[in-house]
Design a protein around this ligand. Structure first.
Ligand SMILES: [Fe+2]
Length: 192
């Protein structure tokens, strides 16, 4: 049986950027629904005792959509922190300067991609096979886990992630997300 991990901080810890109400709905309702559905779908199948990545790589559409959403959210919480650095440092900072000229330019590009991610989906910062940073938009639950690209940072652009706080203003949600990015987690992913 799949059980979601605990949040790495309190539900009100990201305020005023992400509200406690949004975190409660997102973590308690939306994410729980993906786990409940996944557990229902894998019951008495070959996937029942497998891990999420195995299910994502080997199952059918309905099962892997829920497994993917479970995986995406499990790590999405770690992309945010109540004790953020205002700007990245260490290795990731050097790569951002090299590939996007400046942090401000990177932020603008990332938000622009994100705002233009049509419908529901996720936006990803990855390191491609040439060791270059790349921003990717994926629809629905899809993610770049099945590529050779290294996943560094990702953000949920489903409406359930921001509609309570920001209504239809996706861009202001993105600006707020930038205030709580966990750059230490991004660096850790880079050095993996
Ligand atoms: Fe979500």
């Amino acid at each position: 049986m799949f059980i979601k991990s605990n949040l790495p901080y309190e539900k009100n810890a990201l305020e005023p950027y992400i509200s406690e109400e949004t975190m409660s709905f997102h973590y308690d309702k939306h994410l729980q629904a993906y786990f409940d559905k996944l557990n229902l779908l894998v019951k008495d199948t070959e996937f029942e005792n497998k891990d999420l990545v195995f299910i994502i790589q080997n199952s059918n559409w309905w099962i892997f959509n829920n497994a993917w959403q479970a995986w995406n959210h499990e790590f999405f919480w770690k992309c945010m922190t109540p004790n953020p650095k205002k700007t990245p440092d260490w290795e990731i900072s050097k790569l951002i300067d090299r590939d996007f000229w400046s942090f401000e330019n990177f932020k603008e590009k990332f938000i622009d991609f994100w705002v233009n991610n049509f419908g529901s989906g996720w936006t990803w910062l990855v390191l491609d096979t040439n060791w270059k940073l790349e921003i990717l938009n994926y629809s629905n639950a899809w993610n770049p886990l099945d590529t050779n690209k290294k996943i560094l940072l990702w953000v949920d652009v489903w409406e359930h992630a921001y509609y309570i706080d920001r209504r239809n203003d996706r861009k202001s949600y993105l600006n707020n997300f930038f205030e709580v990015i966990n750059w230490d987690f991004v660096n850790k992913n880079l050095l993996k």
